[in-house]
Write a protein that binds this ligand. Structure first.
Ligand SMILES: [Zn+2]
Length: 333
């Protein structure tokens, strides 16, 4: 990217009739512009000389600000010049202004995840999707290749940033991939964490997404926990319940195994909603690994008189919906 001089000026159009004064990095979800002069006391970190024609074509939001309904538009009409005060990430805004002014040689082809998130925020805020989509696809492809080399699985923030990027730039492949990752790593504690609230507030995400995520997690966990608890409570009754050879030691062996594994996995004693730290993907993997062994010789129900079968059915019911969600269900009307 072009170096910004000590004076903080960037000249997208040296003869432009518009100056953006960026006063500070975005506290995200600010209103589109601060129309008051620099009375807020914040020092400008960047000024961008721009052309109102280019900006108006690229962004309906900035076009509205430059209409005669606003002070900026009135100034532009009366004096042939206007200033717009913004509180956005300066380097991301500068990249977007280079694109808008067709200064393509200055536009980076690779950006990191933080920058791409800031670019998505600005594009969403000023509705500049069409102007930016060509470069957005390049950025996503280049970042995607890099990220595939590392594990991003353990980091819900990375995943949410990707979902926001995929949603703003309408990349269905990445949206599906990262909503799938989010389902896997979801836990009751994570979905209710303070940090989660902050990210939901800061990032451009579809309105219903987190709600859908919570519902999916709670329903899936309830199904798995119920199945596990049902088997333990059944076997815990007096008398022989599942062994066709009426061997009490056979039932007891299976019950003991389920209790032991359940304690290790957080499934016994029966956890209550919202299920705390239990991650859905992990519980699915663990439940698949629960393989108690019968003690009798009966061939009925495989190695544990049908317990594994029952767990596999419960896991299968959840697993069939573990893929990510389709972007089209979340697009704005
Ligand atoms: Zn048996």
């Amino acid at each position: 990217m072009e170096a910004i001089g000590a004076t903080g000026w960037k000249l997208c159009d040296p003869k432009g009739d518009l100056v953006f004064v960026i006063t500070q990095s975005s506290a995200i979800n600010n209103p589109p512009c601060g129309s008051n002069d620099s009375t807020s006391g914040a020092n400008p970190v960047m000024r961008i000389a721009a052309s109102s024609k280019h900006v108006t074509l690229a962004s309906p939001v900035l076009a509205a600000i430059l209409s005669t309904n606003f002070a900026e538009g009135i100034s532009l009409k009366a004096n042939g010049f206007a200033r717009i005060f913004l509180q956005d990430n300066p380097s991301a805004f500068a990249i977007i202004m280079d694109i808008v002014h067709a200064r393509n040689n200055w536009v980076p082809l690779e950006v990191d995840l933080a920058t791409l998130t800031n670019l998505a925020l600005i594009v969403d805020k000023y509705q500049m999707h069409n102007a930016i989509s060509y470069f957005a696809n390049i950025w996503i492809d280049n970042l995607k290749v890099k990220n595939d080399d590392k594990s991003v699985f353990g980091d819900m923030e990375v995943t949410l940033r990707w979902i926001a990027i995929a949603w703003v730039f309408q990349n269905k492949e990445q949206f599906k991939k990262h909503t799938g990752i989010a389902k896997n790593m979801a836990s009751g504690a994570l979905l209710r964490a303070e940090k989660m609230n902050q990210l939901i507030y800061e990032l451009p995400l579809p309105d219903n997404l987190i709600e859908d995520m919570c519902t999916f997690y709670q329903n899936s966990m309830a199904h798995l926990v119920d199945t596990y608890s049902y088997m333990i409570s059944r076997l815990g009754h007096d008398g022989v319940i599942i062994c066709p050879n009426s061997r009490e030691d056979c039932d007891s062996m299976i019950l003991g195994y389920l209790i032991r594994k359940g304690q290790a996995f957080g499934l016994f004693p029966e956890p209550a909603p919202p299920f705390g730290e239990l991650r859905l993907g992990e519980i699915l993997r663990k439940m698949k690994a629960v393989k108690p062994k019968k003690t009798c010789k009966s061939s009925h129900g495989g190695m544990n008189h049908g317990v594994s079968e029952m767990f596999e059915a419960a896991v299968g019911r959840v697993e069939k919906d573990m893929e990510g969600w389709e972007l089209r269900h979340y697009l704005r009307a």
